[in-house]
Design a protein around this ligand. Structure first.
Ligand code: C2E
Ligand code: MG
Ligand code: MG
Ligand code: MG
Length: 273
């Protein structure tokens, strides 16, 4: 009986594995065509200065409408990273974003865009030239371009990454560490890399009102960040009470559904007009 049960379990597992591999294969092989067809587009979520209550930038978030299905970035970014498509996808995002920045800066010259980049993109030797080329082509202020480093893959060569980031910063572009406190992002990254912003992950903000440990962690991370010259952005703020605590802890900026969900460019333009 035991043997039969485990064999059944194995076959159910196999079927599920098979379905998920098929889906992965479908998505992987569709990325390129879908970019060309216009099935990918960008959304923009405001980042607000807590003291002035003004929008200082927008985070650029990629969206994929695949046939009738909305594929979440958590799924397709992972696939793109694992199958060598992230540079291609990242280039699309970078160009579209800098083009939008140009448009937004015509209305407000101080507004910035925060663009997510994978560590794998930074490891590509053409990245700096691509970035500098787009900044020149669209004649945007480099300091209005912020790159959010999403550390979803292990940094293989911290020395090389550190060199690239220094070169990027020398062009005037700002650097943020995304999802700070989760995954691979750690204090050693802050020691090695020169960054402008630390984004505290939503998981520390969720229970900040009723779980004192989170409040202590956010307080300590904020103090440490300020001491090393970084500004702090809180991610995923949904309630007024969370914002009240963040203000008390001297967090600089916040982002979340409390102010606005990610919106289309036309909507973003309305928000700053
Ligand atoms: P992220 O960079 O940490 O982006 C923030 C995520 O939190 C976004 O999810 C955003 O929609 C969501 N969010 C913001 N405020 C709230 C809130 O108040 N409540 C809740 N529940 N969620 C909130 P999204 O758009 O699904 O993106 C997920 C992740 O996918 C991003 O996390 C980022 O790591 C990655 N991603 C998105 N676009 C790109 C891209 O163009 N390039 C790369 N490399 N990664 C991207
Ligand atoms: Mg981000
Ligand atoms: Mg984040
Ligand atoms: Mg996050």
């Amino acid at each position: 009986y035991e043997g039969k049960k485990s064999r059944n379990e194995i076959s159910v597992f196999d079927e599920r594995m098979c379905a998920s591999l098929k889906r992965e294969e479908t998505l992987r092989s569709s990325i390129k065509d879908c970019i060309e067809k216009g099935d990918f587009h960008l959304c923009y979520q405001p980042i607000i200065d807590i003291t002035s209550n003004k929008i200082t930038s927008f985070e650029v978030l990629l969206r994929w409408q695949f046939n009738d299905e909305f594929i979440p970035p958590s799924e397709f970014i992972d696939i793109a990273e694992r199958y060598g498509k992230i540079n291609f996808l990242g280039e699309f995002v970078l160009e579209q974003a800098i083009q939008s920045l140009r448009q937004l800066n015509e209305l407000d010259s101080t507004l910035a865009l925060s663009i997510n980049v994978s560590v794998l993109q930074l490891e590509n030797h053409n990245f700096l030239a691509l970035l500098a080329g787009l900044i020149e082509t669209y004649a945007v202020e480099p300091s209005n371009v912020h790159l959010e480093i999403t550390e979803t893959v292990m940094i293989k060569n911290l020395e090389y990454l550190s060199k690239v980031i220094t070169q990027i910063k020398n062009t005037g572009v700002h650097i943020s560490i995304d999802d700070f406190g989760t995954g691979f992002s750690s204090i050693s990254v802050l020691k090695e890399l020169s960054v402008d912003y630390i984004k505290i992950d939503k998981s520390f903000i969720d229970n900040i009102c009723d779980y004192s440990k989170d409040e202590s962690i956010v307080s300590a991370v904020t103090k440490m960040s300020h001491m090393i010259g970084c500004k702090v952005i809180a991610e995923g703020v949904e309630k007024k009470e969370q914002l009240t605590i963040l203000e008390k802890l001297s967090v600089d900026k916040y982002q979340g559904f409390l102010f606005s969900k990610p919106v289309q460019l036309s909507e973003a333009i309305k928000l700053i007009s």
